[in-house]
Unconditional design. Structure first.
Length: 351
């Protein structure tokens, strides 16, 4: 491992020990030089979309801010709720040391549009699956478990008060987190009591008509979950004088959606250079192509040490149109949506 410079703060723990060419950056808010673009990662043409549905055509932006409604009084006491949440968090367990391999995809189902997202709540005791088909709409569909999902028997449906856009949603601790369409707003929607529990604006998001990810699915803001909690990934203006925007990784307070400077990192990951991102054990990983069958995880940023590396781990896009990749720390699986197919990948650690 060849290290260019030292980090100014002592690293807590080096999580990434795979033999790679390592680059270091000086602080959490200072960028490293941009990594070279891999010539083998140029994506091919996207697969033609499926027949349009009623929610497919975007509407014009709405200027009104989300209205927070006071929820009904919970039946469970706060002490009991806190104890239950603590027990659920223990199920996730501690982080492993080194990400070694991502397995080949396991096809779980074929459902919905070419673009979409599917996810599970890592803090839930149940095995419910949540689906958003397409990259624009306001309908979230719930299935009791994987078997029900395969049979097409949904158990619940949520019509959200504000439309979502993109495929970067997450379900975490009983709430659905998403980017409100055509805005910089992020929303927390309580699934049990069906109301907007919190909303916030990410002021430094570079919000454009085009997406920062290569598949161009309007995912400007991408939520992620891992062993440490809830994260948000988004493009921001480069404050170091470069012409291109950079990707920011920030820890999100799951209650009020607030972020802190101390847990926000400006990476050297450049807009339009990568297809999809996910977070495992506080490390941001980026896949270089959404359409190339044999793609690579060719960038990683470790928030514990403020270092970036080029891991070059193989990632297989079975159906050549990957629109979502998310990690579930409870299952230790990657959930992905590939051209209308719902697939999972096993995350293999070195030890």
């Amino acid at each position: 491992v060849s290290q260019i410079s030292e980090v100014t703060t002592a690293p807590k723990k080096v999580l990434l020990t795979t033999t790679v060419s390592e680059l270091a950056i000086t602080t959490a808010t200072t960028e490293a030089p941009p990594l070279p673009v891999l010539t083998s990662s140029t994506p091919g043409s996207a697969t033609t979309q499926a027949t349009s549905s009623s929610s497919a055509s975007p509407i014009s932006p709405v200027s009104a801010s989300p209205t927070l409604r006071k929820p009904p009084t919970p039946r469970q006491s706060p002490e009991d709720q806190k104890e239950e949440e603590d027990d659920l968090r223990k199920v996730i367990g501690r982080c492993k040391e080194t990400l070694s391999t991502i397995s080949g995809p396991t096809i779980q189902n074929t459902y919905g549009r070419n673009e979409g997202a599917w996810m599970k709540d890592p803090l839930a005791k149940d095995e419910k699956i949540y689906i958003t088909s397409y990259y624009y709409g306001n309908n979230l569909v719930e299935f009791r478990n994987l078997e029900s999902f395969k049979q097409g028997r949904w158990s619940n449906s949520y019509k959200l008060p504000y439309n979502w856009i993109g495929t970067g949603h997450a379900v975490y601790n009983g709430s659905f987190y998403y980017n409100r369409a055509f805005t910089r707003n992020i929303i927390k929607y309580d699934l049990k009591q069906r109301y907007v529990a919190a909303w916030a604006m990410l002021h430094d998001v570079v919000y454009e008509e085009t997406t920062p990810w290569r598949w161009r699915g309007h995912s400007d803001i991408d939520f992620a979950t891992d062993e440490n909690g809830l994260w948000v990934i988004y493009p921001a203006f480069d404050d170091e004088g470069f012409q291109e925007d950079v990707i920011v990784l920030s820890k999100v307070n799951e209650v009020d959606l607030s972020t802190r400077k101390e847990t926000t990192w400006r990476t050297s990951l450049r807009k339009n250079f990568y297809s999809n991102c996910f977070v495992i054990c506080g490390v941001l990983y980026a896949v270089d192509s959404y359409s190339k069958r044999n793609a690579n995880i060719s960038y990683a940023f470790d928030t514990h040490t403020n270092t970036q590396i080029i891991p070059r781990l193989l990632f297989e896009n079975e159906y050549s149109y990957m629109t979502q990749i998310d990690y579930n720390p409870k299952d230790r699986l990657l959930y992905a949506w590939d051209n209308g197919h719902q697939v999972t990948y096993h995350v293999i650690f070195a030890y």
